[in-house]
Unconditional design. Sequence first.
Length: 265
Amino acid sequence: MGGHSIHSSVFSRLLASGSCISFFEADGEPLGIAKPFGFRYDELVREAQMKAFSHSFALAMAKGSLHSRILTLVRLQEERGEALFYEGELEILEKSYAELDYLVRVEEIRRIHRLVSDMYYEILARTLPPELEFRRRTPRPHMDVVNTMLSFGYGLLFGNTCVAAIGAHLDPDTGFLHKGKGALVYDLIDPFKAGMVDGAISSLARAGIPPEEYECGPARCILTDDLLQVLTRKLHESIRQELIDQQVMSLQDALLKKADYLVRA
């Protein structure tokens, strides 16, 4: 991830051992995956994934994601000892979560997921210092330090999860809740974002980030190497690979056995 120099022999040894290598932009945007010659997905797993009923998996992933975000905000309010939600906001979030079970189209599930996600970031922004200028989650390129750190954290989470998904012979581009490249990985990481990334980054932001540790210009916001090192250490502590692996294997098992899929965020 980012501007690193790695000798070709490292790639040779990784690919020779059967490993896949993920590449990312400096801000965490996935670029692609290098796979060894002859790498093939397990056809049983791949066929089960392609034929799976999207609705039930998208519903489980959306519920896991929304539950983790609502729980994160409620805990934040309790820790702060003061009101975090504006009048009616928590009720909207809880009703949106309850509504998911009655939706019959995946696109409707995606709509509710986007609504709650947008509200979540706007409410989370109220807990952060205003000088950091974080108001909501924005698309790339990011113009504020918090969005930049979030994307970096999500990139690390994406990489860890992508490795696990490919190791389980799941196609990372065939998703249920998300669409496009890396869709399945985005499905898998969504319920983990609040607990494994957002908590670490928001606590770092609330503790204060010196202005000299980042530079936000008209094109993008850039983090210093020192801030990246601090951020990486915190994320290595908060991103729990064993939970990611368990979730990936739970998905594979549900696909092969045509069983219910449970999200453990």
